[in-house]
Design a protein around this ligand. Structure first.
Ligand SMILES: [Zn+2]
Ligand SMILES: [Zn+2]
Length: 176
């Protein structure tokens, strides 16, 4: 039997769609965070989105990030600590843009691939959007417990790609 060497090098679907989400994230003009997401129905790509300011409005590269400071509860070694964190609120998150630019009927039973684990607000919206699976890569510990719990309640598959390596061209240094 002859095995096609191209077959072993061929990307699985998870890698394929996550690569696309990462390439989409390079469109983001936020100086702090580049997030990309794609909507997939079966094996079909139905939409792509990244975090950005509303169309026709100055984005982070033109107007700078719109920074807010928030106190965040962090638990390290069993000790609770309030830590001051900065966040850019100029952009509409990638997952929210994805919902704005896709149709409800297309989303029923679909999968969202997103470079970063969704924040609470995005997760809450995705939970009501008709999708039934979320696949992410980078973790976002701040909202993780709440989000995992919500997905369990909704029966939405929620998984991370542990061994995934993003494409070189999509690795952009941003402030964390
Ligand atoms: Zn920004
Ligand atoms: Zn979000």
């Amino acid at each position: 039997m002859v095995t096609d060497s191209r077959e072993s090098a061929r990307k699985d679907w998870d890698t394929y769609f996550m690569d696309i989400a990462y390439m989409v994230s390079t469109r983001s003009r936020c100086l702090r965070r580049h997030v990309g997401s794609v909507l997939v129905q079966g094996k079909k790509l139905l939409g792509t989105a990244y975090n950005g300011a509303p169309m026709g409005v100055a984005d982070c590269s033109e107007a700078g990030c719109m920074i807010v400071e928030e106190l965040e509860l962090q638990i390290t070694g069993g000790e609770e600590q309030m830590i001051k964190k900065q966040r850019c609120i100029r952009t509409i998150h990638a997952e929210q843009n994805l919902l704005l630019f896709t149709d409800r009927i297309d989303r029923e039973g679909s999968t969202v691939y997103v470079t970063d684990q969704p924040c609470w607000t995005c997760a809450n919206m995705l939970a009501n959007s008709g999708i039934n699976e979320i696949v992410y890569h980078r973790s976002y510990p701040k909202d993780s417990d709440k989000v995992v719990n919500l997905m369990q309640q909704k029966g939405i598959q929620f998984r991370s790609l542990a061994d995934y390596e993003p494409p070189e061209q999509a690795k952009i240094n941003v402030k964390s």
